[in-house]
Design a protein around this ligand. Structure first.
Ligand SMILES: [Zn+2]
Length: 398
C-alpha cells in the first residue's frame, strides 16, 4: 500500500542547512578521540564556527503547520492519502481495557499508539517532502532527522523485545546504514576491550603482593568499554527503530559516555591515582552529566542545547588528550593525535550535516563509519599506554 511513497521521493535531494538533531547522540566516537598544538586552536575555532552555523540554520520540518495538521488528522482518522494506518484505528474499543500500568493489554496499547505516531509522522513527512520537491524546495529535517526511506530488511536486526508483532513491517525503519555501522562500532569496542583485557590480565606482569595490574587505569578503561558498548548498542537500536524511548536511551547513553570519557581524560592527563582525588575530579562532572540526562529525559529533549553540551565535552577532552600527549611526549602520541584529528574531522562532518544520498547515506552514517578505524586506533593507544606505564613502574621498583 505504501510502496509509491517509499520509492522515488527520497532521491535526488540536495544539501540544505541542517538542524542539529542527531549530533549529540552521535558524538560518542569523538569522545574517544583527541590533537597537537598550533592547529588545535584552529580546529577548535572551526568546530565552534560549525556549532554556530548549524544552530543558526535550524530547519523547520516538524514546525511546519501543514505537517502538524497532517499528523494530527492522521492520528485521529488513521487515514492519510490512500493509506490506512491500522494502529491508529479502533482506539475506542481497545482503550476500554483497564488494569494496572503493567497490564499486558496496556503495554500493547502503548506500543500501538507509538506505532500510530511513528507511521503518521513518516507518511506526513513523505507527503510534505513530495510537495516541497514539486515546488522546487530542498528537503528539511523532521524531529531532528533527515527524511529517510524505510527499509524492511533491517527488521532482522531488531531484538525481539522491540518488535510489536501486530505492526506490519512498514514501520520498521529508517536508517539501515547508521544502524549497521553502529553495530560494527560496538564490535570494534568489544574486540578492543577483549584484547586490552587479555594484555593486562595475562601478558603483562601483575603486582606480586596484590595480583593487581601495575597499570593504574585498568578499571577505568573497563568501565569506558562498557559505556561505549552500551552507547553503540542503543545507537543501533535507535537507528533501527526511532521512537521516543529508543531516542532517549540513545541520547542518554551517548551523554553518559561523553561525560565519563571526559572524566577519564582528565584523570589520565593529570595522573590522578589516588581514589579521593579521583572522586574530587569526577564529582562536579558527574553531577552535571546526571542533571543533564534527567533534564533530557524528564523535562525536555532539547536537541540544540544537548548538542552544545556534547560538543563542549568532546572538544575539552580532545584538547586534553592532545595537549597531554605533546607535553608528556607520550611514546604513542602519534596515535593520540591521529585519533584527535580524525575525531575532530568526523565531528565537523556531523556538524555540517547533509541530506541522505540516494535516501540512505547521509553525513550521520559517514560519521558512524569514520569512528570505526578511530576506535581501533584508540584501543591500540590504550594498550600502548598500559605497556608503557607497566614498564615504567617496574623499572622504578627495581
Ligand atoms: Zn547515530
Amino acid at each position: 500500500m505504501t510502496s509509491d511513497y517509499r520509492r522515488g521521493e527520497g532521491r535526488g535531494w540536495r544539501r540544505t542547512g541542517g538542524d542539529d538533531g542527531s549530533v549529540g547522540e552521535g558524538i560518542q566516537g569523538a569522545s574517544a578521540a583527541m590533537g597537537g598544538s598550533g592547529w588545535i586552536v584552529r580546529l577548535a575555532s572551526l568546530l565552534a564556527l560549525g556549532l554556530v552555523l548549524s544552530s543558526a540554520e535550524a530547519s523547520l520540518g516538524d514546525a511546519d503547520p501543514r505537517y502538524r495538521t497532517c499528523v494530527k488528522e492522521c492520528q485521529t482518522t488513521g487515514i492519510i492519502g490512500e493509506n490506512t494506518i491500522s494502529h491508529c484505528q479502533n482506539k475506542e474499543n481497545d482503550t476500554s481495557v483497564g488494569g494496572s500500568w503493567y497490564n499486558q493489554e496496556q503495554i500493547y496499547m502503548q506500543w500501538k499508539q507509538l506505532a500510530c505516531t511513528t507511521d503518521c509522522r513518516y507518511f506526513c513527512m513523505m507527503q510534505r517532502e513530495g510537495e516541497r520537491q514539486s515546488l522546487g524546495l530542498t528537503p528539511v529535517k523532521y524531529h531532528g532527522k533527515w527524511p529517510f526511506l524505510r527499509i524492511s530488511v533491517f527488521q532482522l536486526f531488531i531484538p525481539l523485545v522491540l518488535v510489536d508483532t501486530s505492526v506490519n513491517s512498514d514501520i520498521l525503519r529508517q536508517e539501515p546504514l547508521s544502524a549497521a555501522l553502529s553495530a560494527i562500532n560496538l564490535l570494534m569496542h568489544f574486540a578492543g576491550w577483549l584484547s586490552f583485557y587479555l594484555l593486562v590480565k595475562y601478558k603483562l606482569p601483575l603486582r606480586p603482593q596484590t595480583k593487581r595490574t601495575y597499570y593504574e587505569y585498568t578499571s577505568l578503561w573497563h568501565i569506558y568499554a562498557i559505556l561505549s558498548m552500551n552507547a553503540w548498542f542503543w545507537s543501533s537500536i535507535f537507528h533501527t527503530r526511532d521512537i521516543d524511548l529508543t531516542e532517549k536511551l540513545d541520547y542518554s547513553s551517548a551523554v553518559a559516555l561523553l561525560g565519563y570519557s571526559l572524566i577519564l581524560s582528565l584523570l589520565r592527563a593529570f595522573n590522578v591515582k589516588d581514589e579521593a582525588t579521583r572522586v574530587m575530579f569526577a564529582a562536579p562532572i558527574l553531577a552535571f552529566v546526571t542533571t543533564h540526562i534527567l533534564y533530557l529525559n524528564f523535562y525536555e529533549l532539547d536537541y540544540g542545547w544537548n548538542m552544545k553540551v556534547c560538543v563542549v565535552m568532546a572538544v575539552v577532552q580532545l584538547l586534553t588528550w592532545a595537549v597531554w600527549a605533546g607535553v608528556t611526549r607520550h611514546p604513542s602520541r602519534l596515535k593520540i593525535w591521529t585519533v584527535v584529528f580524525g575525531g575532530a574531522l568526523a565531528m565537523l562532518l556531523e556538524l555540517y550535516d547533509f541530506p541522505p544520498y540516494m535516501g540512505y547515506a547521509d553525513a550521520h552514517s559517514l560519521w558512524h563509519a569514520s569512528t570505526i578505524p578511530l576506535t581501533y586506533l584508540w584501543w591500540s593507544f590504550i594498550k600502548d599506554d598500559a605497556k608503557f606505564r607497566t614498564s615504567t613502574l617496574i623499572k622504578k621498583a627495581k
